[in-house]
Design a protein around this ligand. Structure first.
Ligand code: ADP
Ligand code: MG
Length: 355
């Protein structure tokens, strides 16, 4: 098995709770990887087993081909950035960053040069002699990153490192983290429950659910080709409604929704005709029109606007059609005030059958 990190059926149980269940994963070197999932799904436990802070009940952890399952954290080629920074309060920024290098027994000149390099990387040259108490949250986060990167580990583990920051700073640090990963070329493994953060930052997203991997993919694929209802619900918003499967053509599958013919993208596994399946369409993939669409166009449904929620960049229209409420995202004034009768249309390409 190759890859900078291999998890081979790792498992961790606490009393009656199975936190991580026979999880296997191989990561390529130099990627920004995110473990994404709801609270309690086993993200932190997985990260702690990679870092050596938790022993798996069974399974193996390999870093750069070496089995490190039985090694303590300081003997593994990984470093961790914690949410609360965990800086040494009595040491200056410079000493905080040099600490790990001193433990490694590097010479004074080599340490000084490496610390300067790290200070420049996180743009904190001017604050080298400050104490942590005199730093802002974002600056503390940068020191923690510099300290973790200083010993040059191939893998950096980050457990919800931005969740303590306010929204604006959080966005800035997301860009900063991405830059640091690109410039250092290291493998970053970030844990987050924030799907937007995962989509904007990652090369690869690992969606976890209940101690298991639900789907692994690039952000585009997860959003546009969710492999399950769980992923479709957790990553972005989606309208779901049950339909009955019909015949499949080369490009699409025909569906019946209480007598209304619909068409969806061909699923990986074709359901037998007549079977009830769940159809999903994202709010921004539904177009709102005032006039009936041309005859023969698939996925055209008449509806009535019941609510308009102004969101600044767009309007979230709630539309009732066939006794069901649809959420539609459309530009402002798509439906003029006073008008409520509309037509919903969407491309078969954007209609997904989920299991
Ligand atoms: P996440 O980071 O995704 O929120 P965790 O890995 O922290 O999830 O936890 C996964 C599950 O394991 C949860 O049900 C949690 O309550 C449980 N758990 C985690 N750590 C411990 C522990 N030290 N003792 C008992 N249960 C734990
Ligand atoms: Mg956690």
């Amino acid at each position: 098995m190759s890859g900078v990190l291999v998890l081979d059926r790792i498992r961790k149980t606490y009393q009656s709770v199975t936190a991580v269940e026979d999880l296997s994963l191989t990561l390529a070197s130099g990627e920004f990887v995110t473990l994404l999932g709801p609270s309690g799904c086993g993200k932190s436990t997985t990260l702690r087993m990679i870092g050596g802070f938790e022993d798996p009940d069974s399974g193996r952890v390999l870093i750069q081909g070496r089995d490190v399952t039985d090694l303590p954290p300081h003997k593994r080629d990984v470093n961790v950035v914690f949410q609360d920074y965990a800086l040494f309060p009595h040491l200056t920024v410079r000493r905080n960053i040099s600490f790990g290098l001193e433990l490694k027994g590097l010479g004074r000149a080599a340490i000084a040069a490496r610390v300067d390099e790290m200070l420049a990387l996180v743009k904190l040259e001017a604050l080298a002699e400050r104490m942590p108490a005199a730093l802002s949250g974002g600056q503390k986060q940068r020191v923690a990153l510099a300290r973790a990167l200083a010993p040059n580990p191939p893998i950096l583990l980050l457990d919800e490192p931005l969740s303590a920051l306010d929204a604006k700073l959080r966005k800035e640090m997301q860009i900063e983290l991405r830059r640091l990963q690109r410039e250092t070329g290291k493998t970053f493994i970030l844990v987050t429950h924030d799907q937007e953060e995962a989509l904007t930052m990652s090369d690869t997203v690992v969606v976890m659910n209940d101690g298991r991997i639900e789907q692994i993919g690039k952000p585009w694929d997860l959003y546009n080709r969710p492999g399950s209802e769980f992923v479709a619900r957790f990553v972005g918003e989606m309208n779901f409604f049950p339909v009955r499967a019909g015949a499949a053509t080369a490009e699409a599958i025909e569906l019946d929704w209480f007598g209304t013919p619909l068409a969806a993208r061909l699923p990986a596994r074709l359901p037998p005709p007549g079977q009830e399946v769940l159809l999903g369409v994202r709010p921004e993939h539904i177009a709102l029109g005032l006039d009936p669409p041309a005859a023969g166009l698939p996925n055209a449904v008449a509806g009535r606007v019941t609510e308009r929620i102004f969101r600044g960049a767009d309007v979230n229209y709630l539309v009732e059609a066939n006794g069901r409420a649809f959420s539609v995202a459309a530009p402002q004034r798509t439906v003029p005030d006073g008008v409520s009768d509309v037509w919903l249309t969407w491309a078969p390409e954007n209609a997904l059958i989920l299991h």
